[in-house]
Design a protein around this ligand. Structure first.
Ligand SMILES: Cc1cc2nc3c(=O)[nH]c(=O)nc-3n(C[C@H](O)[C@H](O)[C@H](O)COP(=O)(O)OP(=O)(O)OC[C@H]3O[C@@H](n4cnc5c(N)ncnc54)[C@H](O)[C@@H]3O)c2cc1C
Length: 450
């Protein structure tokens, strides 16, 4: 016995709930199989202005605004310089001209608002249902098997199976399509009870500080806590004689952004969480009977806070593509060609900008160039940058390619102008980095710290 739907959606994060709401609003029969019960914790608290239009389309903007901190932009500290990305300073290509702001959210609340909306619109949302297998017939995916919490398994079939399981990536793993990106980085993060001290953080700005090949963040959350995290190469972490909790607590005590950005002695009020090997992509994003949305397709790096936007934009595009197909017929892979090519563009340009970001984290000449770009005669370039960081990832593609190539060129031209702490002791004092820890051969400790 199996239940029949128009679409079977795996996972109820932002990607899954977006597609579920849009299909249900159009009268389609959809089921969402979500293994957790909401509200549940999730990382990804800093959002982009390009997503606000999607909130409006889904009918959730008011609820999100009421439960969030308004975010006017993001600010990066490079040594002693500060580079703001003010969302109101977009260029003429920007899609977010009407809403040049976004939000800092508690994902437990945000994700619940989105999935409640799907249910209100008629989606059949089943919490505590873990997808365990794909059903394939004659080379096409026709459904899935999911287990409820009592272990009872059932089959769910549909014209389309939409994988929105995030890094769980059910289809990518089952069909062996997953592939790691070249630069493997990890994130270590937790929430602290403290008051923000920096005016930009108080005002809702995302704040981040670069160090050699990595960065920290400080985000003022709506429930009077502060989200703190560090991103660094997995290999680097392997060389550090510290567990994730020790590393994060030490960063909080000694990193310039974190120690000066919050009131002293902040109390950690969550467990320390780790996401290892963050960069993943897929050999393909669609196939006969299935499509991937959000992180299930690819996730490059959190440095541009791009994840939730890609999740919700891909959810929107997948829903629109589905609705353009004739009713009652199975959906062929060819229907999603445009979808796939648009998402590959996002992946390509986000990857280029992420690589440029980390080149800048390593090279002081590049950092100086970026700081100079804020000056008047280069303001138009700055506006293109704001349009990109606002979530318009595939606009200004020529500009993005030039940023990437110039970054490579400058890094090649000035290899000695590095932020490596051993070359720049002053920089080390500014931004305490894991190089300070003793190097050992120990394997990383991935345990969660209570
Ligand atoms: C360190 C770090 C920092 C980040 N910071 C940001 C940020 O500031 N801003 C930003 O936009 N993004 C950020 N991200 C990325 C962001 O977390 C994701 O891109 C975003 O959550 C993707 O949404 P999604 O709906 O695709 O997947 P998810 O939000 O992961 O949702 C997937 C859902 O599927 C469910 N699921 C998984 N497996 C199964 C299964 N087998 N059966 C049923 N259900 C299942 C899960 O329980 C989950 O609810 C960050 C990521 C990391 C690692």
């Amino acid at each position: 016995m199996s239940d029949e739907f128009d679409a079977v959606i795996l996972g109820g994060g932002p990607a899954g709930s977006t597609v579920a709401t849009l299909l249900a609003q159009a009268g389609q029969q959809v089921v969402v199989l979500e293994k957790e019960h909401f509200p549940r914790y999730h990382i990804g608290e800093s959002l982009l202005p390009a997503t606000v239009g999607i909130f409006e389309r889904l009918g959730v903007h008011d609820a999100i605004r009421d439960s969030s901190v308004l975010k006017p932009g993001g600010k990066w500290l490079y040594g002693s310089d500060e580079v703001p990305g003010d969302f109101s300073k977009y260029d003429e290509q920007a899609t977010f001209k009407k809403t040049p702001y976004s939000y800092l959210v508690d994902r437990a609340i945000f994700d619940r608002i989105l999935l409640d909306r799907s249910a209100d619109c008629g989606a059949d949302v089943r919490y505590g249902h873990e997808v365990t297998d794909l059903i394939q017939e004659h080379g096409r995916v026709t459904g899935v098997t999911a287990a409820d919490e009592s272990g009872h398994k059932a089959e769910y079939r549909g014209r389309l199976v939409i994988d929105a399981t995030g890094l769980g990536a059910v289809i990518g793993r089952r069909l062996k399509l997953r592939q790691p990106t070249v630069n493997q980085r990890m994130g270590i993060y937790a929430q602290y009870r403290a008051e923000p001290v920096r005016q930009d953080a108080i005002d809702g700005w995302f704040t981040g500080q670069m160090f050699y090949d990595g960065w920290t963040w400080l985000i003022n959350l709506p429930d009077d806590t502060i989200s703190v995290g560090v991103v660094l190469p997995v290999e680097r972490f392997r060389q550090i004689n510290a567990n994730p909790g020790e590393l994060l607590d030490r960063m909080v005590r000694e990193n310039v952004l974190l120690k000066n950005g919050m009131t002293p002695n902040p109390e950690r009020v969550s467990e320390v969480r780790v996401t290892g090997n963050m960069g993943n992509t897929s050999k393909q994003l669609t196939g006969d009977g299935w499509v991937m949305v959000g992180d299930a397709g690819f996730f490059i790096d959190p440095c541009y806070s791009s994840g939730v936007h890609v999740a919700m934009e891909s959810g929107t595009m997948a829903a629109d593509t589905f609705l353009a197909q004739p009713n009652d017929a199975p959906i062929p892979a060819s229907a999603f060609r445009q979808y796939e090519s648009k998402l590959w563009n996002h992946e390509k340009y986000v990857t280029r900008m992420v690589e440029a970001f980390y080149m800048a984290s390593r090279n002081t000449s590049l950092q100086k160039m970026i700081v100079t770009m804020q000056d008047s005669f280069l303001k138009s370039l700055r506006r293109k940058f704001v349009t990109f960081v606002g979530g318009d990832f595939s606009k200004n593609s020529g500009y993005i390619s030039r940023v990437f190539l110039y970054s490579k060129f400058i890094s090649w031209l000035f290899p000695n102008n590095t932020t490596r702490p051993e070359n720049r002791p002053d920089y080390l004092i500014d931004a305490v980095v894991p190089f300070e820890f003793a190097v050992t051969d120990d394997k990383p400790t991935r345990r969660k710290v209570a």
